[in-house]
Every structure is written in C-alpha cells, then in structure tokens.
Design a protein around this ligand. Sequence first.
Ligand SMILES: C[S@@+](CC[C@H](N)C(=O)[O-])C[C@H]1O[C@@H](n2cnc3c(N)ncnc32)[C@H](O)[C@@H]1O
Length: 390
Amino acid sequence: MNLVGEAYGFRVSESLSDWPGELPAMETRHGIVIGDARGLAELADDAVELVVTSPPYPMVEMWDEVFGDLDNDVRTALDSGDGERAFELMHAQLDAVWAELSRVLVDGGIACINIGDATRSVGGSFRVYQNHARIIEAFEHHGFVPLPEILWRKPTNSGTKFMGSGMVPPNAYVTLEHEYILVFRNGSESREFEPGADHRYEAAYFWEERNQWFSDLWTEVRGEQQTLENGELRERSAAFPFEIPYRLINMYSVYGDTVLDPFWGTGTTSLAALVAGRNSLGYELEPSFVDVFRDRIGSVTDLSKSVGRQRLSAHRAFVKQRRDSGDRFEYESEPYGFPVMTTQEESLQLYAVRDVVEGAADGGWWQERVNAGAADKRHWYRATHGPIDE
Ligand SMILES: C[S@@+](CC[C@H](N)C(=O)[O-])C[C@H]1O[C@@H](n2cnc3c(N)ncnc32)[C@H](O)[C@@H]1O
C-alpha cells in the first residue's frame, strides 16, 4: 500500500486515525480569490496543472451587464445595434484571462472551456454568434494546441422550444441544444510522469468509464447529481452540472494536482475537485457566491461518498454483466479485490471527503502558488480525504 499523503507531500493528519481503511488520509487545499481574473495577477507561474471553466457567454443577454461593467463600450455597441462589435468587445474581456493561462498552467497542462454559442437579434437582424470558434482562435493565438472537443446536450423543454418558428419554410432557425467543452493542451508536449508514478495510477478511471467519458458526445450529463437545490440560484449563477467538471478533472488530472477555475461562480469546479481529491483555485467577481459555496460544501462528505460508491457499484454491475455473457477478466483491483479490464486499473483508489476546514492560508502550498494580497479577498479551505474501501 502506498502512503498517499506522504507520496504527494501532504501532511498526514493524526486525528484521522479513526478513518476506516488501511490507507492514511490525504489533504487537499482550495482557495478562492474574490477579484478580477483578467491578468490572474495573484497566481504564480506554473501554479496549476488543469483549468476547467465556463466563462460568461458573450451575446447571451443574462451576461450583458457583467460585460458592460468590464467595458462600458459593450453597452454602447449594443445600444447602437452593432452586434458584431459587441461580440468582439465581450471576447476581448475573456481574451485578457486566456492570455495568462499559458503562464499559470504547467507545460502540457490541459484547459477545458465549457461554452455555448448565442443566437440573438441585434439591430433587427438575427444571427448566431459562434463563441466556440472565437475562443479556439484566441487559444491558438496564445500557444495552446486544440485537442478533440466534446459536445454535451443540454436538457430542453421540448414542445415550447420551437414556438414562433412556424410550420412554413424557409425562414425558421434550428434551436441550439448543445454546448461545447473545448479542450486545449498548453504547448506541443504532453506532461511527463515517472514510470509507474503511484499518484497517476491511483487516479485511474475504469475501462468502461473511459469508453463513456472519452466519447465526443455527452448526452446525459445532468444525471442524478443536483448539487444546487435552488433552481433560481442555479439560473442566476449559471452553474454547470457537477458531472461536467467531475468527469473533466478525472480525465485530465492526477492526485496532487491543482485545478483552476478563473470564472468560479458558485464553485462547482472546486466542489468537483473536492470530490475527486484534487486541489483547486478560483477567481470570482461576485463576493456573495462564496456563501453559496460554503453551503454547498456542507454536504460534500455525503456527496463524495455517494459519487464514489456509485462508481464502484456501476463497476460491479459492469463486471456482472460481462460475466453473465461469458466474458472473463484477467486483472484484479488491489484495493477492492474485484476484477478489472486492464492492468492500468489495478491500483485505482477512490477517496471521500472526511472533513473541510475553512481557515487561514497556512504554509508553503499557498506561497508557491498565490502571491500575498488583501486577506479579506481570499477564502481558504483545507480538506482531508479518506479512502473509500467498500
Ligand atoms: C458562467 S458563470 C460560471 C459558473 C460556474 N461554472 C458554476 O458552476 O457556478 C461565470 C462567472 O464568471 C464571473 N466572472 C465574469 N467575469 C469575471 C472576471 N473578469 N473575473 C472573475 N470572475 C468573473 C461571473 O461573476 C460568473 O459568476
């Protein structure tokens, strides 16, 4: 068995000796800067290994005010009916964030950007504003290499969605029912790891999860994990479904890594990082969202246990199904004893959150990543995790 906490350079808390299972606990850190992500001024070079985010969507009306506050010319362009200029000015605000990502992300680190296109009439003319294409251009400009992207299908209220489009050709428009997860690598080379690096192999996913997660079409991401109960708040904060950052974090980072969300919102990315046992950092303009996050992490222990147990039970169901159809397995999970498809899954180990403490930024982990600044603009959390062993 590996001493997980020690392997990743984390302090192993003695108070956790009552945590069931053979492995000692590991710790993760989570920090939020209340401030403007344009420039990411507080972050050190190479501070993070993964970026997962969903920015405000240019030309979607609910974000006009945010973009107007970032640059008043946006309002002038919209008022004068110049949609193309408003679109470009809004993207210029996002560009200021994208421009710094290659500095704060390690070489070979992955950036995943969830974005939807917008349809809108401005100055009497209807068109689609292709946010995804404009963001791909910006990332390429900053030295990122595009990787195959994912489309996820949003839940729709069928029936009413075509209202107004009529039944006669040719002037109706199709409805946008998907969003993009754009995936980029920072530079031309992938990250390198020591051969057999424990923290990489323990962070493995199951073969059948790989087949689902690495498909370019996600159709059921809403699933059961509703982590923002209040529908109105979910709408106002535009939180993405928990399943999106949770999958991306498992797909593109290992234990010990830090995930950055520069458009943090109510912290779905940090919540997913907690559940997946990774560190996280976030930037957010709206200070009240930290209170929402505080409420959300009240149930993170239960959430992480249920997510972990669901993954294990889905794997057991997969094993049964294969065996029932006469297939055999050659490999066995070390911690769980059940069969797995490949040798790469043998050390896969899931963790649940034991405890989250809000407090001061203690020690070198922060200093290596975040420069000093106004303490009231920062929120720090330290979490302990224990292995899920059933
Ligand atoms: C689409 S929402 C992100 C929602 C988030 N993924 C979640 O699940 O809660 C975009 C967020 O970016 C924030 N924002 C916009 N511009 C920003 C900037 N320049 N710096 C920091 N935060 C910004 C907005 O306040 C908003 O909360």
